[in-house]
Design a binder for this molecule. Structure first.
Ligand SMILES: Cc1cc2nc3c(=O)[nH]c(=O)nc-3n(C[C@H](O)[C@H](O)[C@H](O)COP(=O)(O)OP(=O)(O)OC[C@H]3O[C@@H](n4cnc5c(N)ncnc54)[C@H](O)[C@@H]3O)c2cc1C
Length: 492
């Protein structure tokens, strides 16, 4: 085992071996360069860093320390950032210490839960990452139909615990996504048309606000903050615990994939648009215009029907008759199997995304998508259409911070690559596609945006809810410590 030099204060007297390895780390001997909230360089005093480290039950990591590189890697590897410090929090006390340290030092601060931020907001260059990924406790109350989770929990973990009782929280479509980030921005998935977005099912939370206060949030306590957490993202503090409403689901549902050749894309999308407009709320379909291994593109309908299993085949019959499928795996399936079926297609890598809501998949929109793909082939790109509507649209826009209740779909353009040349080519491809498709869209989904959001764009996206969000931001984060997100500025 490598022996390291103990710091001069305190720890030097402690016998090696009595403490976990995380503590056997040299204290910095000189100032630690970092980036401040205003983007300017600042220097952290070694003693302050050491005091912070010793105040944590979890670990504090700096460049060069074991675990630093894996802790700074997020799902979207396009963001290769090197924070000055990563606080791997073990609980709410660590989060409070980290928030207090960040505020008093004026440090640029990122909050990381599941690490699936597409826009890279959960890691920052030169600042502090408040890393919640080790906080992964879950408690399911099957009688009260509630689940309480810590913020490092992934969708697969909560699905597994809740499905043990035939229950589920409406969450996302890829099982290693973090529940916290997904929920705070909205959170759509296979159950959302039946039971609402993830944020609509958030019934309570614990939050450490920018001033280091621990705030309990529910319909009764600080209800204004609960309203803000339901779609307002990570703007108001670090959420250390989330409580959800559970619903009876499965364990068997009906679903799988139905794949048509790309030559049938125009007709398939037109018929799908009519079909889905009157489909029951129990049905969720994610559509992908995706590359296939033989370099031919295909149209994939990724289906989950969460109503009675025996009704599934009948409900899906019209979708099966759109043409001659090259694959049809629709059948009764465990809900948890469908929840992880797309995981292999979404590995960590370098990605760029654009997206926006649409009210209806019009022939003009589907033709524009198909035309772009036909004229600009690229094997490393996907255009996808997800589904909203149903229970989501029956909640009034002002009832939660999440504003876009009317659009029935979201269109996403996604590109992925391996090397620097691929980055330029792929982002240009995605931007080109978006130039063609943006005119069909109305606002964007916060969790799929965030690269270069202007205040005007964030404002427009939150519609009439924006002034209320600004008032909340002023109250809970007047210095805008939590700014690495679709940022609601306190001064607006
Ligand atoms: C492969 C993949 C599949 C996806 N599928 C879906 C989908 O089906 N449905 C859907 O709605 N979205 C989906 N998304 C988008 C996803 O909702 C967002 O990327 C979300 O932010 C991920 O949450 P996270 O906790 O994993 O991310 P992180 O990167 O850890 O966090 C993202 C941001 O959320 C905020 N945040 C996270 N946790 C906290 C907290 N505890 N307190 C305060 N702020 C916090 C921070 O601002 C942080 O920067 C998908 C993303 C990926 C990469």
């Amino acid at each position: 085992m490598e022996r390291r030099t103990f710091c001069k204060s305190g720890l030097a007297a402690v016998t090696a071996g009595l403490l976990p390895y995380g503590h056997l780390i040299a204290a910095p001997e000189s100032d630690v360069p970092a980036i401040g909230l205003d983007g300017r360089e600042l220097l952290l005093k070694p003693k302050d860093v050491e005091d912070f480290r010793r105040s944590l039950r979890g670990q504090l990591l700096r460049a060069g320390e074991s675990g630093y590189d894996s802790a700074r890697a997020i799902w979207n590897r396009a963001f290769d950032r090197k924070p000055a410090l990563i606080a791997r929090c073990a609980g709410a006390a660590d989060v409070t210490a980290a928030v207090n340290f960040a505020r008093t030092q004026g440090l640029l601060t990122a909050v990381r839960a599941g690490g699936h931020s597409l826009s890279g907001h959960s890691v920052c260059e030169g600042g502090l990452v408040i890393d919640l990924s080790s906080m992964s406790g879950i408690r399911v109350d099957p009688l009260g139909k509630r689940a309480r989770i810590e913020p490092g929990v992934r969708l697969a973990q909560i699905d597994q615990e809740a499905q043990a009782f035939g229950l589920a929280v409406p969450l996302g479509t890829v099982s290693d996504t973090g529940a916290a980030g997904l929920t705070l921005g909205g959170g759509f998935g296979r159950l959302c048309r039946k039971y609402g977005l993830a944020c609509d099912n958030l019934t309570g939370a614990d939050v450490v606000t920018a001033d280091g206060r621990f705030v309990k949030v529910s319909e009764k306590d600080n209800a204004d903050l609960l309203w803000g957490l339901r779609g307002g993202g990570g703007n108001f503090g670090v959420v250390t615990s989330l409580e959800y409403r559970l619903h009876a689901v499965g364990p068997m549902v009906f679903g799988g994939t139905l794949v048509y050749p790309f030559s049938q894309a125009r007709e398939s999308l037109r018929s799908f648009s009519d079909f889905i407009a009157t489909a029951p709320d129990e049905l969720f379909v994610f559509v992908f215009l995706a590359p296939a291994p033989d370099h031919q593109r295909v149209v994939v309908f990724d289906v989950c029907y969460c109503g009675p299993v025996e009704a599934g085949a009948q409900v899906l019959a019209p979708l099966r008759m759109l043409g001659k499928p090259v694959k049809d795996s629709l059948a009764p399936a465990p809900y948890v199997a469908l929840q992880s079926a797309d995981d292999a297609d979404n590995p960590p890598g370098r990605y760029y995304i654009k997206g926006g809501y649409v009210h209806r998949i019009t022939p003009e929109l589907s033709n524009a998508m198909v035309d772009y793909l036909e004229h600009t082939p690229a094997d490393n790109t996907v255009i996808a259409i997800s589904q909203f509507g149903g229970a989501i649209s029956r909640i009034k826009p002002a009832a939660t911070a999440y504003w876009h209740r009317e659009p029935n779909h979201e269109v996403i353009v996604l590109g992925f690559w391996d090397n620097a040349a691929g980055a330029e080519q792929t982002t240009q491809w995605v931007r080109g596609a978006w130039k063609t498709l943006a005119r069909f869209t109305d606002g964007y989904y916060v969790n799929h945006g965030g690269y270069d959001e202007s205040e005007r764009r964030v404002h427009a996206n939150y519609g009439d809810n924006y002034p209320r969000l600004v008032a909340l931001k002023r109250r809970y984060d007047p210095q805008n410590l939590f700014r690495l997100n679709a940022n609601i500025k306190p001064a607006a």
